[in-house]
Ligand binder design. Structure first.
Ligand code: G3H
Length: 254
């Protein structure tokens, strides 16, 4: 806390919370892009925030990503009545970074339960509809996701995420053309906070978070400043856990 005060991070937290219309912003000293110890800290701080909001018998939805993998790893408390679900499935990440994997790891740490979304990557909306209609278990999991009390998710740079998830060159060009800079939950956002491209999938959408009690976003590194601003601009976010590098870059943009 002393270091954060010394570096003016506590004042910056208040400033960003106000400017981004968030309930709370937490800033970790340093740059998680450059320093793996800071990346770990970002995960620890986010796990700490989760523990503050988590109560008995809650459903927690989680996104994928390397940052969320650190969050799951950092959970160091148990609450066996918790159910963890992926917020959205089939986005085309490598297994380690898939929301299903993060959900299973986090549930393991908490001693809780998890439900997984087994849906294929990159299928059309019609195919998804057909799968949902024919698969009762999938429908049940989709309903559990909608009832989540807490959502914890990462934020990525739009074009980088589109490439990482194996979107076609045409789709990536379209995402760029529409001015997307940020991505969360498979949705691509332009500044100041407009969803301009959506990958078809099942689960939570950025424009549909009103029913979720607490939405916690985690993202660090100065390269993600615009991405964080664009995603926060869509509304529906409550808590942002970030690092000094991203926070100072955001300050320069607002
Ligand atoms: O949706 C955003 C991504 O999950 C962020 O991924 O944490 O690996 O940068 P990352």
């Amino acid at each position: 806390e002393y270091i954060r005060l010394l570096r003016g991070l506590v004042g910056l937290e208040t400033e960003l919370a106000e400017r981004l219309s968030l309930r709370k912003v937490i800033i970790i000293p340093g740059d998680s892009e450059a320093d793996s110890a800071v990346r770990r800290e970002l995960g620890r701080a986010t796990a700490g925030v989760l523990s503050q909001y988590l109560g008995d018998n809650m459903i927690v939805a989680v996104s994928g990503g390397s940052t969320m993998a650190k969050v799951a790893e950092a959970v160091n408390f148990t609450l066996p009545s918790t159910t963890i679900v992926p917020a959205r499935g089939g986005l085309g990440e490598v297994v380690e970074y898939q929301a299903n994997t993060i959900a299973a790891v986090m549930a393991g740490k908490l001693g809780g339960r998890y439900r997984l979304l087994h849906i294929p990557d990159g299928v059309s909306e019609e195919t998804l509809e057909a799968i949902l209609t024919g698969d009762g278990n999938l429908r049940t999991v989709a309903e559990v996701i909608k009832q989540a009390n807490i959502l914890v998710h990462g934020i990525g740079e739009a074009v980088e995420m589109a490439g990482r998830r194996g979107l076609s060159a045409a789709a990536i060009a379209e995402i760029e053309r529409r001015g997307a800079v940020g991505e969360a939950l498979g949705q691509y956002c332009a500044l100041p906070g407009e969803i301009v491209y959506v990958t078809s999938s099942i689960g939570l959408r950025l424009d549909d978070l009103a029913g979720i009690g607490t939405v916690i976003a985690v993202a660090g590194g100065s390269a993600k400043a615009k991405a964080i601003l664009a995603v926060a601009g869509t509304g529906g976010q409550d808590v942002l856990v970030t690092d000094e590098a991203a926070a100072k870059a955001i300050q320069l943009l607002i």
